[in-house]
Design a protein around this ligand. Sequence first.
Ligand code: GTP
Ligand code: MG
Length: 337
Amino acid sequence: MAFIDEIKIYAEAGRGGDGVVRWRQEKFIPKGGPAGGDGGRGGDFYVQAVRDIHILSKYKAKKDFQAERGEDGGKKSLHGKKGEDFILELPIGSIVTNLETEEKWQLLEEGQKNLLLRGGYGGYGNEHFKSSTNTTPKEWKPGVDGEHGNFLIELELFADVGLVGLPNAGKSSLLNALTNAEARVGDYAFTTLDPNLGDFYGYTIADIPGLIEGANTGKGLGVKFLKHIRRTKMIAHLVSFENLSKGSTGMIKTYKEIRKELEKYDKNLGLGEEGLAEKEEIIVLTKTDVIEDPKMIEKKKKEFEKVSKKVFVISLYDDKSVKTLRDELVKILKKKV
Ligand SMILES: Nc1nc2c(ncn2[C@@H]2O[C@H](COP(=O)(O)OP(=O)(O)OP(=O)(O)O)[C@@H](O)[C@H]2O)c(=O)[nH]1
Ligand SMILES: [Mg+2]
């Protein structure tokens, strides 16, 4: 199922039920008074946040949603039942825009529920029109249409840490090692096509498709997903030791290339201090097991320490290295709250 982070829908709150014309029927009273009840109110239209980043793809086929119509009034002055509300479930992080009025709602936490459209009023039944001059009113009113509109729904994932790096840097592998996620891993570029989220001691880590040079202008896949790490508290930037091998660009250069992409992305959007490049960053040098000379690992680590205070060196084949990263990352996150 393809990941969808933007849809347009048409939504309608319920129409009110109609009022009716009825007469009281009582034993021995041949001509009872008016007793037509009012129509019930139409159901309201809500959106509610759920913890499911894939839910938008469920709505791809069906894009029209309606709350229930109010029931018509009844005899014996009974009012019609209110129509049932419609609750559209959207992922946490959804931004909903009414395309006509430009009103916006943002779903920030699980369970948050917002009213988008009100159901229409029910129409009056004939009882409502009774007066001293009109004891047998035949008037009634139809129910009023519910509010309706076209909406744009855009998803921006919420996570605490965003993993960035070139394709193949080991982002998804690290996500799987640190969290409950079961992201697909592969020894080719662009294994990850959609974002993955994992739970890390109550924090969320987001893994996005790999970035390449020119990503900010739309090269590769990454840029489409950079918005999903805009809300993260920090970034973990992964650089693989494979970049030391012949023909590769080199580790620092690779790192700088990706940083440049983040900066350009910020600049294009005018994000300034809110930008990706301004976020706290840790550097994770991955796949140390491909290097035979341990001195080389130390050397690279030192080089990177000139760029960032927090540099980790890991291999998925070295549990201790992963544990160190895990423990430190928890500490950093705890400090940030
Ligand atoms: N030798 C070694 N290989 C690793 C390590 N971590 C990941 N890999 C391998 O590197 C390859 C790429 O890993 P992924 O986790 O898919 O990389 P990614 O950064 O998510 O890649 P994209 O999704 O394409 O951006 C896979 O074949 C992994 O098995 C490691 O510590 N050592
Ligand atoms: Mg991946």
